[in-house]
Design a binder for this molecule. Structure first.
Ligand code: ATP
Length: 418
């Protein structure tokens, strides 16, 4: 069995590593048999060199022709990579046996920012066949994808456009997409965004992807595909993936967070959330022991999720999930664990007629003008809260690839955003 892994072949101008891998698999079909589903592996979303979603691909081929396999793989990479892209640094790794230490390399690539030298050292130590181009950074993603194991997993079906249509606007019958969602949700998700009334499963860039359907199993994805009407596509491939699993999230303490990593942090809302220009919402979160503090953000693209964040109040105990950049956690979802009681001082209510009592004059307490009942002063009244305990998330249009959608969280008190 041979494992082939590839990364960093496309640019903003076009192409796509998943497409390149799909073509590679088709070509390699004549040299052996592809075993299992190819893996679409998302890595650390905070890596700044990424083109879009920091994805890499690995797949396995059963063959007794390893040399020809490498030749075909390399030829395909040379043909379908955008070498002119300033930030495109293709990497290809082929292994007859995947070294066990790559499992750890994958987990670190999900979480940290690694150096290409480390990938090269591992490749050399195990004598793996590889090709890295330009600054060779793609070797990091390729090696990580090769070692990836998924304790939890989902699937994505990617349909690829005919080459003659690349760069033109996509012809997709939106009504059929809404119907496909209706027929397969919650087994599929993030095809459409109901609240924001948008189809979100198709890119708008020049790349070969027509659309991607995400879901729990391959059968449902095929069923959804069959109900979508669109321009003809060259091929559709189902990938097994760590998308939608929270594989990037570390349980952490506020005081110990590091830049460019993703966390689940528990703390108390320290101040009322406030907006800045552009509609971005921020609030400070403090650890329960008061030893740490961090700023949390719901940016404008998170749309209606901001209403849930705005409903938070000082003293609420919450857990936030997201990536830390510039000492700010970008919220992907949150759990409201315990709401603080919000109280205001109000004039007392007359026990007889239930009307609000009036001040009887400075320092003389309150009295009811009708019933003449008296009271000493203002009373504390609990304010109703506009949010209840449970999980809340950003809408499909703002979802991070790796974020686990609430619809996948069974047995919890969830408020899925659809
Ligand atoms: P593509 O569709 O081409 O995969 P992308 O958005 O996934 O686009 P890439 O073009 O693959 O992004 O760019 C990401 C680059 O960052 C790759 O070179 C990859 O090897 C590298 N990389 C991935 N994870 C890490 C990491 N944890 N630390 C350092 N570099 C990383």
């Amino acid at each position: 069995m041979i494992t082939i892994a590839v990364d960093d072949t496309d640019s903003e101008e076009g192409l796509c590593t998943t497409y390149l891998a799909a073509v590679m698999m088709k070509r390699l079909g004549s040299l052996g048999e592809i075993r299992g589903s190819p893996r679409l592996v998302r890595l650390n979303p905070c890596v700044q060199f990424k083109t879009r979603g920091n994805a890499a691909i690995a797949f396995s081929l059963h063959t007794d022709r390893p040399e020809e396999t490498k030749e075909v793989a390399l030829k395909t990479l040379m043909e379908l990579s955008d070498f002119s892209g300033t930030n495109t640094n293709p990497g290809l790794v082929v292994a007859e046996e995947v070294p066990a230490e790559l499992g750890r390399f994958y987990r670190r690539a999900l979480d940290e920012v690694l150096e290409v030298g480390e990938a090269e050292e591992i490749i050399e130590r195990h004598g793996l066949w590889s090709r890295g181009f330009k600054n060779r950074r793609g070797l990091i993603g390729a090696l990580a994808a090769m070692g990836a194991e998924f304790p939890d997993e989902t699937y994505e079906l990617l349909a690829y456009r005919e080459q003659r249509r690349w760069g033109t606007s996509r012809e997709i019958d939106e009504e059929s997409v809404w119907r496909a969602d209706e027929l397969t949700y919650p087994g599929t998700w993030d095809t459409v965004d109901h609240h924001n009334k948008k189809v979100v499963f198709a890119p708008h860039s020049k790349d070969p992807v027509l659309f991607g359907i995400r879901g729990e199993n391959p059968e449902l994805l095929r069923f959804a595909l069959d109900s979508i009407r669109s321009e003809p596509f060259e091929m559709a491939v189902i990938f097994r993936t760590n998308q939608g699993t929270d594989a990037h999230i570390n349980r952490g303490e506020i005081a110990g967070v590091a830049e460019n990593r993703s966390y689940r942090l528990r703390g108390l809302v320290a101040e009322e959330p406030g907006s800045i220009e552009g509609g971005h919402l921020f609030f400070p979160l403090s650890s329960e022991d008061g030893r740490g503090g961090i700023s949390c953000a719901a940016f404008e693209p998170t749309k209606n999720f901001r209403e849930r964040v705005r409903a938070l109040a000082p003293g609420d105990l919450i857990e936030v999930y997201g990536a830390v950049k510039k000492r700010t956690l970008n919220i992907e979802k949150m759990e409201v664990v315990r709401l603080a009681e919000r109280k205001v001082l109000k004039a007392p209510i007359c026990p007889s007629c239930k009307r609000s009592m009036k001040s009887a004059g400075r320092g003389q307490g309150y009295r009811c003008r009708r019933c003449r009942t008296k009271a000493e002063g203002k009373v504390e009244v609990a304010l109703p809260r506009e949010i209840e305990p449970g999980f809340y998330e950003v809408p499909p249009s703002a979802r991070r690839h790796l974020s686990k959608p609430l619809i996948r969280m069974r047995g919890e008190k969830v408020h899925p955003s659809r």
